[in-house]
Design a protein around this ligand. Structure first.
Ligand code: GLP
Length: 246
Protein backbone atom coordinates (compact mmCIF):
# COMPACT_ATOMS: atom_id res chain seq x y z
CA UNK A 1 0.00 0.00 0.00
CA UNK A 2 1.39 3.36 -0.98
CA UNK A 3 0.57 6.37 1.21
CA UNK A 4 0.72 9.94 -0.07
CA UNK A 5 0.12 12.88 2.27
CA UNK A 6 -0.52 16.11 0.38
CA UNK A 7 -2.81 19.16 0.41
CA UNK A 8 -6.40 18.29 -0.56
CA UNK A 9 -6.23 20.07 -3.95
CA UNK A 10 -3.16 18.05 -4.87
CA UNK A 11 -4.88 14.75 -3.98
CA UNK A 12 -7.55 15.30 -6.63
CA UNK A 13 -4.88 15.91 -9.24
CA UNK A 14 -3.01 12.73 -8.26
CA UNK A 15 -6.21 10.66 -8.38
CA UNK A 16 -7.21 12.19 -11.74
CA UNK A 17 -3.71 11.39 -13.02
CA UNK A 18 -4.38 7.70 -12.37
CA UNK A 19 -7.72 7.82 -14.21
CA UNK A 20 -6.10 9.63 -17.12
CA UNK A 21 -3.19 7.18 -17.32
CA UNK A 22 -5.53 4.18 -17.33
CA UNK A 23 -7.87 5.73 -19.92
CA UNK A 24 -5.07 6.82 -22.25
CA UNK A 25 -3.48 3.35 -22.11
CA UNK A 26 -6.82 1.57 -22.48
CA UNK A 27 -9.73 3.62 -23.87
CA UNK A 28 -12.10 0.71 -23.15
CA UNK A 29 -11.10 0.68 -19.48
CA UNK A 30 -13.50 -0.41 -16.75
CA UNK A 31 -13.64 2.28 -14.07
CA UNK A 32 -15.03 1.91 -10.56
CA UNK A 33 -16.85 5.00 -9.30
CA UNK A 34 -17.65 6.05 -5.75
CA UNK A 35 -20.12 8.47 -4.22
CA UNK A 36 -19.66 10.57 -1.07
CA UNK A 37 -17.85 13.89 -0.96
CA UNK A 38 -14.28 12.55 -1.11
CA UNK A 39 -14.15 11.81 -4.87
CA UNK A 40 -15.88 15.06 -5.90
CA UNK A 41 -12.72 17.16 -6.41
CA UNK A 42 -11.32 14.29 -8.51
CA UNK A 43 -14.48 14.29 -10.64
CA UNK A 44 -14.14 18.08 -11.01
CA UNK A 45 -10.59 17.61 -12.24
CA UNK A 46 -11.64 14.84 -14.66
CA UNK A 47 -14.41 17.06 -16.03
CA UNK A 48 -11.87 19.83 -16.55
CA UNK A 49 -9.49 17.47 -18.37
CA UNK A 50 -12.37 16.25 -20.54
CA UNK A 51 -13.35 19.83 -21.40
CA UNK A 52 -9.90 21.27 -21.89
CA UNK A 53 -7.73 18.28 -22.71
CA UNK A 54 -10.07 16.01 -24.61
CA UNK A 55 -9.88 13.20 -22.07
CA UNK A 56 -12.45 10.76 -23.45
CA UNK A 57 -14.71 8.37 -21.57
CA UNK A 58 -16.59 7.44 -24.75
CA UNK A 59 -15.48 3.81 -24.80
CA UNK A 60 -15.08 3.24 -21.07
CA UNK A 61 -17.40 1.25 -18.83
CA UNK A 62 -18.26 2.38 -15.30
CA UNK A 63 -19.53 0.55 -12.23
CA UNK A 64 -20.59 2.31 -9.05
CA UNK A 65 -19.97 0.77 -5.66
CA UNK A 66 -23.33 0.86 -3.98
CA UNK A 67 -26.91 2.13 -3.88
CA UNK A 68 -29.57 2.92 -1.32
CA UNK A 69 -32.57 0.61 -1.14
CA UNK A 70 -35.98 2.24 -0.79
CA UNK A 71 -35.09 5.62 -2.25
CA UNK A 72 -37.24 7.27 -4.94
CA UNK A 73 -35.89 6.73 -8.46
CA UNK A 74 -35.69 10.47 -9.08
CA UNK A 75 -34.30 11.39 -5.63
CA UNK A 76 -31.21 13.58 -6.09
CA UNK A 77 -29.30 11.49 -3.53
CA UNK A 78 -29.99 8.17 -5.23
CA UNK A 79 -26.40 7.17 -6.04
CA UNK A 80 -27.15 6.51 -9.70
CA UNK A 81 -28.36 10.12 -9.97
CA UNK A 82 -25.41 11.45 -7.99
CA UNK A 83 -22.96 9.72 -10.32
CA UNK A 84 -24.77 11.05 -13.41
CA UNK A 85 -24.69 14.59 -12.04
CA UNK A 86 -21.14 14.58 -10.67
CA UNK A 87 -19.25 12.72 -13.37
CA UNK A 88 -21.06 10.85 -16.17
CA UNK A 89 -22.96 13.78 -17.68
CA UNK A 90 -20.02 16.15 -17.29
CA UNK A 91 -17.62 13.99 -19.31
CA UNK A 92 -20.20 12.97 -21.94
CA UNK A 93 -19.90 9.36 -20.85
CA UNK A 94 -22.68 7.41 -22.63
CA UNK A 95 -25.20 6.71 -19.84
CA UNK A 96 -25.74 3.10 -20.90
CA UNK A 97 -22.08 2.33 -20.18
CA UNK A 98 -22.29 3.23 -16.48
CA UNK A 99 -24.26 1.06 -14.10
CA UNK A 100 -24.82 0.48 -10.43
CA UNK A 101 -26.40 -2.16 -8.25
CA UNK A 102 -30.19 -2.08 -8.66
CA UNK A 103 -31.41 -0.96 -5.26
CA UNK A 104 -34.97 -0.78 -6.60
CA UNK A 105 -35.12 -4.49 -7.52
CA UNK A 106 -37.84 -6.62 -5.94
CA UNK A 107 -35.31 -9.43 -5.55
CA UNK A 108 -32.16 -7.89 -4.06
CA UNK A 109 -30.29 -11.21 -3.97
CA UNK A 110 -30.82 -11.66 -7.70
CA UNK A 111 -29.86 -8.02 -8.35
CA UNK A 112 -26.64 -8.50 -6.39
CA UNK A 113 -25.75 -11.63 -8.35
CA UNK A 114 -26.55 -9.88 -11.65
CA UNK A 115 -24.24 -7.03 -10.71
CA UNK A 116 -21.35 -9.39 -9.96
CA UNK A 117 -21.92 -11.03 -13.34
CA UNK A 118 -21.97 -7.67 -15.14
CA UNK A 119 -18.63 -6.65 -13.61
CA UNK A 120 -17.10 -10.01 -14.47
CA UNK A 121 -18.47 -9.93 -18.04
CA UNK A 122 -16.94 -6.48 -18.53
CA UNK A 123 -13.54 -7.96 -17.69
CA UNK A 124 -13.27 -6.68 -14.10
CA UNK A 125 -12.48 -3.21 -12.80
CA UNK A 126 -9.19 -1.66 -13.96
CA UNK A 127 -9.20 1.29 -11.55
CA UNK A 128 -11.44 1.85 -8.54
CA UNK A 129 -11.70 5.12 -6.64
CA UNK A 130 -12.78 4.84 -3.00
CA UNK A 131 -13.64 7.08 -0.09
CA UNK A 132 -13.75 5.78 3.47
CA UNK A 133 -16.39 6.14 6.16
CA UNK A 134 -15.43 7.49 9.58
CA UNK A 135 -16.03 3.95 10.94
CA UNK A 136 -13.69 2.46 8.33
CA UNK A 137 -16.34 1.29 5.86
CA UNK A 138 -15.65 1.21 2.13
CA UNK A 139 -18.60 1.29 -0.24
CA UNK A 140 -21.26 0.31 2.34
CA UNK A 141 -19.31 -2.55 3.88
CA UNK A 142 -19.98 -1.69 7.48
CA UNK A 143 -17.85 -2.97 10.39
CA UNK A 144 -17.95 -6.77 10.76
CA UNK A 145 -18.56 -7.27 7.03
CA UNK A 146 -16.82 -10.45 5.92
CA UNK A 147 -13.47 -9.62 4.34
CA UNK A 148 -14.40 -11.89 1.40
CA UNK A 149 -17.98 -10.58 1.04
CA UNK A 150 -19.62 -10.15 -2.37
CA UNK A 151 -22.33 -7.76 -3.57
CA UNK A 152 -25.30 -8.01 -1.19
CA UNK A 153 -27.84 -5.99 0.77
CA UNK A 154 -26.61 -4.54 4.05
CA UNK A 155 -28.38 -2.59 6.81
CA UNK A 156 -26.72 0.79 7.39
CA UNK A 157 -25.31 1.54 10.83
CA UNK A 158 -26.64 4.45 12.84
CA UNK A 159 -23.26 6.18 12.53
CA UNK A 160 -23.24 5.96 8.73
CA UNK A 161 -26.83 7.20 8.57
CA UNK A 162 -25.88 10.11 10.82
CA UNK A 163 -22.80 10.85 8.66
CA UNK A 164 -24.98 10.82 5.54
CA UNK A 165 -27.90 12.79 7.01
CA UNK A 166 -26.26 15.96 5.67
CA UNK A 167 -27.28 14.81 2.19
CA UNK A 168 -30.91 14.51 3.37
CA UNK A 169 -31.37 17.98 4.83
CA UNK A 170 -29.89 16.85 8.15
CA UNK A 171 -32.95 14.66 8.79
CA UNK A 172 -31.88 11.20 9.98
CA UNK A 173 -35.39 9.84 9.38
CA UNK A 174 -35.02 10.48 5.65
CA UNK A 175 -31.79 8.46 5.34
CA UNK A 176 -32.47 4.95 4.00
CA UNK A 177 -31.78 2.06 6.36
CA UNK A 178 -30.71 -0.52 3.76
CA UNK A 179 -28.38 -0.57 0.77
CA UNK A 180 -27.00 -2.83 -1.92
CA UNK A 181 -23.20 -2.75 -1.98
CA UNK A 182 -20.25 -4.39 -3.66
CA UNK A 183 -18.57 -6.65 -1.13
CA UNK A 184 -15.02 -6.36 0.15
CA UNK A 185 -14.09 -9.38 -1.95
CA UNK A 186 -15.61 -7.70 -5.01
CA UNK A 187 -13.69 -4.47 -4.45
CA UNK A 188 -10.45 -6.39 -3.84
CA UNK A 189 -10.62 -7.74 -7.41
CA UNK A 190 -10.07 -4.28 -8.90
CA UNK A 191 -6.63 -4.20 -10.50
CA UNK A 192 -5.79 -0.81 -9.00
CA UNK A 193 -7.39 1.12 -6.15
CA UNK A 194 -7.05 4.78 -5.19
CA UNK A 195 -8.56 5.78 -1.84
CA UNK A 196 -9.02 9.46 -1.03
CA UNK A 197 -9.66 10.83 2.48
CA UNK A 198 -9.52 14.33 3.87
CA UNK A 199 -10.27 15.98 7.19
CA UNK A 200 -9.88 15.14 10.86
CA UNK A 201 -13.05 13.04 10.85
CA UNK A 202 -11.20 10.37 8.86
CA UNK A 203 -8.03 10.32 11.01
CA UNK A 204 -8.93 7.26 13.08
CA UNK A 205 -10.11 5.28 10.04
CA UNK A 206 -6.91 6.14 8.16
CA UNK A 207 -4.74 5.19 11.15
CA UNK A 208 -6.46 1.80 11.25
CA UNK A 209 -6.30 1.37 7.49
CA UNK A 210 -2.57 2.07 7.26
CA UNK A 211 -1.19 0.92 10.60
CA UNK A 212 -3.87 -1.23 12.24
CA UNK A 213 -4.31 -5.00 12.13
CA UNK A 214 -6.43 -6.41 9.29
CA UNK A 215 -9.83 -6.78 10.87
CA UNK A 216 -13.52 -6.83 9.95
CA UNK A 217 -13.93 -4.25 12.73
CA UNK A 218 -12.29 -1.77 10.32
CA UNK A 219 -13.35 -3.11 6.89
CA UNK A 220 -10.98 -0.91 4.85
CA UNK A 221 -8.00 -2.71 6.44
CA UNK A 222 -8.58 -5.53 3.93
CA UNK A 223 -6.86 -3.21 1.43
CA UNK A 224 -3.55 -4.02 3.15
CA UNK A 225 -3.82 -7.30 1.21
CA UNK A 226 -4.35 -5.54 -2.14
CA UNK A 227 -1.27 -5.47 -4.40
CA UNK A 228 -1.86 -2.05 -5.98
CA UNK A 229 -3.56 0.44 -3.65
CA UNK A 230 -2.63 4.09 -3.17
CA UNK A 231 -4.00 5.96 -0.16
CA UNK A 232 -4.22 9.71 -0.74
CA UNK A 233 -4.75 11.78 2.41
CA UNK A 234 -4.38 15.34 3.59
CA UNK A 235 -2.56 16.27 6.80
CA UNK A 236 -5.71 16.26 8.92
CA UNK A 237 -6.68 12.74 7.82
CA UNK A 238 -3.08 11.60 8.42
CA UNK A 239 -3.00 13.00 11.97
CA UNK A 240 -3.55 9.62 13.67
CA UNK A 241 -0.59 7.93 11.98
CA UNK A 242 2.35 7.20 14.24
CA UNK A 243 4.83 5.73 11.77
CA UNK A 244 4.18 8.07 8.85
CA UNK A 245 4.65 11.69 9.74
CA UNK A 246 3.11 14.33 7.45
C1 GLP B 1 -20.85 6.71 1.89
C2 GLP B 1 -20.47 5.89 0.67
C3 GLP B 1 -19.01 5.50 0.67
C4 GLP B 1 -18.17 6.72 1.02
C5 GLP B 1 -18.52 7.23 2.39
C6 GLP B 1 -17.68 8.42 2.83
O1 GLP B 1 -21.20 5.95 2.98
N1 GLP B 1 -21.26 4.71 0.52
O2 GLP B 1 -18.65 4.98 -0.59
O3 GLP B 1 -16.80 6.38 0.97
O4 GLP B 1 -19.88 7.63 2.34
O5 GLP B 1 -18.25 9.60 2.37
P1 GLP B 1 -17.53 10.99 2.32
O6 GLP B 1 -16.51 10.90 1.24
O7 GLP B 1 -18.63 11.96 1.98
O8 GLP B 1 -16.94 11.23 3.66
Amino acid sequence: MELIIAPAAQLAILAADRFEAVLRAKPRAVLGLATGSSPLPTYDELARRHREGGLSFAQATGFTLDEYVGIDLDHPERYRNVIAREITDRVQWPAGQVSGPDGSAADLTAAAAAYETAIRDAGGVDLQILGIGSNGHIAFNEPLSALTSRTRSVPLTEQTRRDNARFFGGNLDLVPTLCLTQGLGTIMEAREIVLVATGAGKAEAIAQLVEGPISASWPATVLQMHPNTTVLVDKAAAAGLTRHRP
